[in-house]
Each structure stands twice: as C-alpha cells, then as structure tokens.
Design a protein around this ligand. Sequence first.
Ligand code: COA
Length: 149
Amino acid sequence: MKPVLLIHPCDTEILARLHAASFADLWSAEWIARLMAQPGTYAYLAGGEAGGFVLARVAGDEAEILTLAVVPAARRRGVGTVLLQAAAERAHLMGAKTVFLEVAQANEAAKALYIRLGFTEIARRRGYYRDQSGNKGDAIILNVKLPLN
Ligand SMILES: CC(C)(COP(=O)(O)OP(=O)(O)OC[C@H]1O[C@@H](n2cnc3c(N)ncnc32)[C@H](O)[C@@H]1OP(=O)(O)O)[C@@H](O)C(=O)NCCC(=O)NCCS
C-alpha cells in the first residue's frame, strides 16, 4: 500500500475521522489543518478512510511524529509501518538526522511497532498520561537516527 503525501491542509476531514477512530481526545479537521499549515509539517495517508495516517514535522535536523493512527479493522497489515517509513524517509530528505516521538507506556502495540523500526527510549515523563479510568501512566520519549535501517 503506497502512502500518499499531503503537504497542504487538504483532506483534513478524513484525517480527523481517522484520528477519532483511534484516540479519545478529538483532533478537529480545523486543528489538523492548523498543524499542517506550520512550516515543515506534512502527512501521509494510506488506504484512505479505511487505512491510516501519520502527521510529522521537521524543524532543523530533528523530526517529530505528531500522531499516527490506523483504523482498528486495518491493523496488523503493515499500514503503520509503511506510514512511519514514509514519514521518516521524507524527514531525512528534508535534512532531519533523527526522529522523536512520544508514546504511552501502556501502548504495547505502538511500542512494539516503534522498537521494530529501531526506536529506542531516551526519556520518560512520569505520570504524564491519564487513562479513561483516571489512572496515571508514563510517557516515553523515543528516537531513532535517520535514515532508518
Ligand atoms: C500503533 C498502530 C499505529 C500500529 O499500526 P498497524 O498498522 O497495526 O502496525 P503494523 O501492522 O505495521 O505493525 C508492525 C509491527 O508492530 C507490532 N505491533 C503492531 N500492533 C501490535 C499489537 N497490537 N500487539 C503487539 N505488537 C504489535 C508487531 O511487531 C507488528 O508486526 P507483525 O504484525 O508482523 O507482528 C495502531 O495499532 C493504532 O493506530 N493504534 C491506535 C493509535 C495509536 O496508538 N497510535 C500511536 C500513538 S503513539
């Protein structure tokens, strides 16, 4: 599945719906459009509304994954992997030497995906997240050098 690059704030309704299918905190189409209007920010969409997207930003020699989401029905088919690889490849072309992201300690699926792509833990924010039951959990900061292996 080849991801489609979105540089300008278009198709943000689709991205907002994909985000809502994966996360409890809503990111509106307007909010995503505002993020995408910032310099160095881009998204990749794979599989349209039935797939997933990644939103990333490059600033200087660092890139950050702002969000990544694959709809539940399309998971474990490599969509998350191709999205992250595409985002990392573009970040490298834009001059980034490393990619950072943040993940909840409890998010086993995402952690497994990131570790498989070579990300390693560099820092931890204790008690940064609160789950739907109100329990606190750590946020883990991961990074990887570019290009990905
Ligand atoms: C995390 C997420 C993006 C992964 O997307 P995906 O398309 O299912 O990922 P892939 O199919 O590319 O998975 C690649 C590898 O990651 C690991 N992985 C992915 N999901 C996993 C799970 N539920 N449990 C264990 N390992 C998992 C596996 O090693 C997998 O390879 P395999 O299927 O050959 O075993 C998806 O689960 C999702 O959208 N989750 C909700 C939103 C989210 O948590 N986003 C990340 C926020 S930091």
